[in-house]
Design a protein around this ligand. Structure first.
Ligand SMILES: C[S@@+](CC[C@H](N)C(=O)[O-])C[C@H]1O[C@@H](n2cnc3c(N)ncnc32)[C@H](O)[C@@H]1O
Length: 184
């Protein structure tokens, strides 16, 4: 990671609560996971100002892959676009403005990596729409599993009881669920 990247992360961490960003630990873990899995076709729901997108984008750039990131709050996505340009990851990130469910209903591309960090109560809807696009060997990750247990409960119960997935909730700030698709 270059100096501009590190400097931008530190700057964004000053407004972490305002923009509901993931923790640095979660960002670092997701960055490593994308590199370890050599994922190339990623989707994030919940861009905000692009903090998590920077962590993900750096890894997708190294993998020569692409990340699509969805946000319905236009102003936030504009800030994210600037951050992506500044850190030279804009060429691997496709920012899309709109509602996660609407966009997923029209989704056609196969995915090997997904990060859910939008409306917690909608995780179950996102999962139901994403499942058919996620290839075997891909992962779904989701933040706020321990910070918002009631809201994410339908999603957590559904994915933990789905035999296509091997799952683990990691003790990172807010709680991160990682679900590995072991079969189609
Ligand atoms: C927790 S923040 C995302 C933080 C970001 N992942 C990060 O760590 O930098 C959630 C964002 O998702 C957006 N959002 C919530 N529900 C959404 C939906 N259904 N579709 C698109 N965006 C949504 C909100 O406007 C908000 O900016």
């Amino acid at each position: 990671m270059n100096a501009i990247f590190e400097q931008t992360l530190l700057e964004l961490e000053k407004t972490q609560n305002e923009f509901w960003n993931i923790s640095r630990e979660t960002g670092n873990f997701l960055n490593m996971l994308v590199k370890i899995g050599k994922y190339k076709s990623g989707l994030e729901i919940g861009t905000s100002n692009g903090y998590s997108g920077l962590w993900l984008g750096e890894a997708f750039k190294e993998n020569k892959g692409k990340l699509c990131t969805i946000e319905f709050w236009e102003k936030r996505q504009c800030i994210a676009r600037e951050n992506f340009k500044k850190c030279e990851v804009a060429e691997v990130i496709e920012p899309v403005i709109g509602s996660g469910v609407d966009i997923l209903q029209r989704w056609e591309r196969p995915l090997d990596f997904v990060f859910l960090d939008a409306n917690k109560a909608q995780y179950i809807e996102f999962f139901n729409l994403i499942d058919k696009h996620l290839i075997k060997g891909g992962v779904i990750t989701a933040d706020n599993i321990t910070s918002h247990p009631e809201k994410v409960k339908p999603f957590v119960e559904a994915i933990q009881s789905d035999e296509k997935y091997q799952t683990q909730i990691l003790d990172l700030p807010a709680g991160l669920l990682v679900a590995y698709k072991i079969r189609d």
